[in-house]
Design a protein around this ligand. Structure first.
Ligand SMILES: Cc1ncc(COP(=O)(O)O)c(C=O)c1O
Length: 418
């Protein structure tokens, strides 16, 4: 990690992306220059002239860092989930359980894979509730997608147990939690496939990009084929012939791979820094009676990209959110977290599919009946209405003095409210 120039100090940093975007520097420039100067922008072929395999190296290093057998870089996590489901053979007629609090991409990817998303409640970890997952299982359920929201691991022991007992696949959505772990094992290595995002708002970023992890070689191969027109991953030429499946193109290419290499080298530093800042912030506000901190199933495995508080009432949460915003602090009231709250997913609630036939909801292979409406996950509604994240995405560049100011303002705003 180089000692880069610090940005001008302010507690609210408008316009910044996620943690990784805040440490883009010389390492990224150098990596990108390698690619531009070589003029080889694709991940495979041109072996005689190319001087680098950025995507391939990124996959190798990522796989080793996470402790997984196979890694496949892809164009983004949304498509990554589609690929994972397809590779596992989850498709028409199947139900896939997703949390009611996640970015809409998780549920949309299930629809794109021509499956039916079934919404389950979150618990006080703000992640998928294993008990509600169990309640939502039917004979049509094939897969569960736990989502590690805002850097904190899900209750993986319980979720893995539910999947094992019911013979269900698990695809982990690790888009928001790259580097998180649960009891010493990295998030993304519990499920049949783990899916990561490197978009601009994520823990590390390649602008747009994603990664799949799996320990299963067959699944890995199917992911590879589907993500690149049916070709093998390390292909060297354009040979025609048999292909195992009709694939598409969801590849990552060298410029993103180059960025990924530079960013991955900064991941541990980012996590250490954010965790230390989150701990200082929480330490200063933990005695405020009207708040509890979100339950983090393994605090040692938290990435630390935000401190999320659960207030006693929705009124306190909203008042606190508005009071801190008025002081210029970047905040998120989870009820108003846009596409992360299922109640706002109007296109899903109304089953507005891209083709007018309504597939997969009208698919004759689907034997169940599903209805979506705001209010269908009351516990999630309650938790989101009482949850606020302080300084979301901004625990990288913040100084100890700024954290102390945040602590002081938090106390002041709560006193005004109570
Ligand atoms: C939980 C979650 N899943 C999936 C995605 C989709 O990631 P991508 O932008 O790489 O498609 C996001 C992105 O915001 C996300 O937050």
């Amino acid at each position: 990690m180089t000692d880069e120039k610090q940005p001008d100090r302010q507690i609210y940093y408008p316009g910044l992306g996620g943690p990784g975007s805040q440490v883009i520097g010389e390492e990224e420039e150098q990596q990108l220059l390698d690619v531009v100067r070589s003029k080889v922008l694709v991940r495979d072929r041109f072996d005689a002239i190319r001087k680098h395999y950025k995507v391939r190296t990124f996959e190798d290093k990522f796989r080793a860092y996470m402790g997984s057998e196979h890694a496949l870089a892809v164009c983004n996590a949304t498509q990554g989930i589609v690929i994972a489901l397809a590779a596992l053979g989850v498709g028409p007629g199947d139900e896939v359980i997703v949390p009611a609090y996640t970015f809409i991409a998780t549920a949309a990817a299930v629809v794109a894979a021509r499956c039916i998303p079934i919404l389950a409640e979150i618990d006080d970890s703000l992640n998928l509730d294993p008990e509600d997952v169990e309640r939502k299982i039917t004979e049509r359920t094939k897969c569960v997608i736990p989502v590690h929201m805002k850097g904190a691991p899900c209750r993986m022991d319980e979720l893995s147990d539910v999947c094992r007992r019911h013979g269900l696949y698990m695809v982990e959505d690790v888009a928001q939690a790259c580097g998180a772990s649960y009891r010493g094992k990295k998030a993304g290595t519990f499920g049949d496939v783990g899916v990561f995002s490197f978009d601009f708002w994520k823990v590390i970023t390649t602008g747009s990009g994603g990664m799949l992890l799996t320990d299963n070689e067959e699944v890995y191969k199917r992911c590879v084929h589907y993500h690149d027109h049916g070709h093998e991953v390390y292909r060297e030429n354009e040979d025609l012939g048999e292909r195992p499946v009709i694939g598409l193109n969801f590849r990552m290419e060298e410029l993103e791979g180059a960025l990924g290499l530079a960013q991955l080298a900064k991941l541990d530093w980012l996590i250490r820094t954010m965790r230390a800042n989150a701990a200082r912030l929480w330490d200063g506000i933990k005695d405020i009676a009207v708040f509890t901190i979100r339950n983090i199933p393994d605090p040692e495995g938290d990435v630390g990209n935000g401190v999320t508080l659960i207030a006693d009432t929705a009124e306190i949460a909203e008042g606190f959110y508005r009071g801190m915003q008025a002081r210029g602090v970047e905040m998120e009231w989870l009820k108003e977290s846009g596409w992360h709250n299922y109640a706002n997913w109007k296109q899903l609630l109304n089953k507005r599919t891209v083709t007018p036939d309504g597939c997969p909801f009208t698919c004759p292979r689907y034997k169940g009946e599903v209805d979506y409406y705001a209010g269908m996950c009351p516990r999630t509604d309650d938790l989101l209405s009482r949850s606020v994240t302080v300084n979301y995405n901004n625990l990288v560049r913040i100084t100890p003095e700024e954290i102390d100011t945040l602590i002081q303002w938090t106390h002041e705003v709560v006193e005004e409210l109570t």
